[in-house]
Design a protein around this ligand. Structure first.
Ligand SMILES: [Zn+2]
Length: 369
């Protein structure tokens, strides 16, 4: 009996979360919900009524379908669940508060002193002063890797020394009294890109002083949040190539990370390179970056289906110049080139995307049974 009850509880929770996942961005009627979840109309209505009575869902104004009764669209109540987001990076950290529908309610820069944990806690407490704390379901922390996401620990990302070995997840969870989840920045941004209704089979490439990747296959982040999610930057593009900080040789990151690409050139940054893209030496470097990244992308395309590559980080600036080179390389070299072209697109580059992506870490966990 106990097992049956547990199974019934699990199924109920599973179905509730399936309904919430669908409604999170797109309002829909009970009939459409039933179609998309595969549940019966009766079961869908039961769940919807339950969530309505809890204030998790709300009914929008009926939409006429032209004939018969008007369907009443259901939507999530945006402020019923909230998430705190913490974005850690080498070029500036920030924190914010996001609602369940993916709106940024508030954003604060993180002014870090010698005690960054205290700085983060103080900022998060300030953010919580503006809302009902019981609605906040957790804290999402986005950071450059390598990370131990399961333990919530930042390992040893290059040029990120002050955070090395810090159990940031457990520390913030204990200090703030709520769950805290650590995730690779590229994976968090890939989740956010997925929430924007993008492709369901894509690679999110975050190229700056490292090469981070988030891989979405069949509408799911590969491995899911909190698990191993792939490190395209540390796949080999030259087996006898340069030593990489990870200990291997010839990693994509050892060539395509911007400081490595620009080493020995007259350009101090990616922006400088793009601003002088017409010059001969800039063109050579841009071609080279396209070739490096294509090598990594093609390796991945030979393992899983991909239809889109999103470019973010430094290479988001002037991404069309790199994008056209990358597309050209893929089109001529990939084994799957006959199955249709791969799109190379700029990622969501709005300043709030980084906080929303940290919030998406929380909601992704919250909506997983
Ligand atoms: Zn490496």
């Amino acid at each position: 009996m106990a097992l049956k009850a547990r199974n019934a509880d699990y199924i109920r929770e599973y179905n509730r979360k399936a309904v919430l996942r669908l409604l999170r961005r797109n309002p829909m009627s009970r009939a459409q919900l039933a179609r998309d979840t595969g549940l019966t109309r009766a079961a869908t209505s039961l769940i919807a009524d339950e969530l309505l009575s809890e204030g998790v869902l709300m009914e929008l104004s009926p939409k006429s379908s032209g004939r018969g009764r008007c369907a009443i669209p259901l939507a999530v109540s945006p402020d019923r669940y909230l998430a705190l987001g913490v974005f850690l990076s080498r070029t500036g950290c920030c924190a914010g508060l996001c609602d369940f529908s993916g709106n940024l309610l508030c954003r604060r820069p993180l002014e870090l002193t010698d005690d960054p944990v205290e700085d983060i806690v103080r900022t998060l407490e300030e953010l919580l002063e503006t809302v009902d704390r019981s609605k906040v379901v957790g804290i999402g922390i986005s950071s450059p890797g390598p990370l131990d996401t399961k333990a919530g620990r930042i390992l040893n990302p290059p040029r990120f020394d002050r955070w090395h070995g810090m159990d940031i997840g457990p520390i913030l969870s204990e200090r703030m009294g709520m769950p805290a989840y650590l995730e690779h920045d590229a994976c968090a941004l890939a989740l956010h890109q997925l929430e924007q209704g993008s492709s369901r089979d894509f690679l999110f490439l975050l190229v700056n002083s490292g090469v981070g990747s988030g891989i979405v296959s069949n509408g799911r982040l590969l491995g899911g949040t909190g698990h191993f999610t792939g490190e395209l930057g540390h796949t080999t593009i030259r087996f006898d190539g340069r030593r990489c900080e990870c200990g291997n040789r010839g990693c994509l990151e050892a060539y395509a990370a911007i400081p490595n690409l620009l080493e020995g050139s007259r350009f101090a940054s990616w922006k400088e390179l793009i601003d002088e893209a017409d010059s001969e030496d800039a063109r050579i470097l841009l071609d080279r970056e396209g070739e490096y990244l294509a090598a990594g992308v093609i390796n991945l395309m030979n393992l899983i289906p991909l239809d889109t590559v999103y470019l973010a980080g430094d290479v988001g600036y002037g991404s069309d110049l790199l994008g056209e080179r990358l597309k050209r390389e893929i089109a001529t070299r990939a084994l799957s080139r006959d199955r249709g072209a791969v799109e190379v697109l700029p990622a969501d580059l709005r300043p709030e995307a980084v906080i929303l992506s940290a919030g998406d870490i929380v909601f992704s966990r919250f909506l997983t049974v």
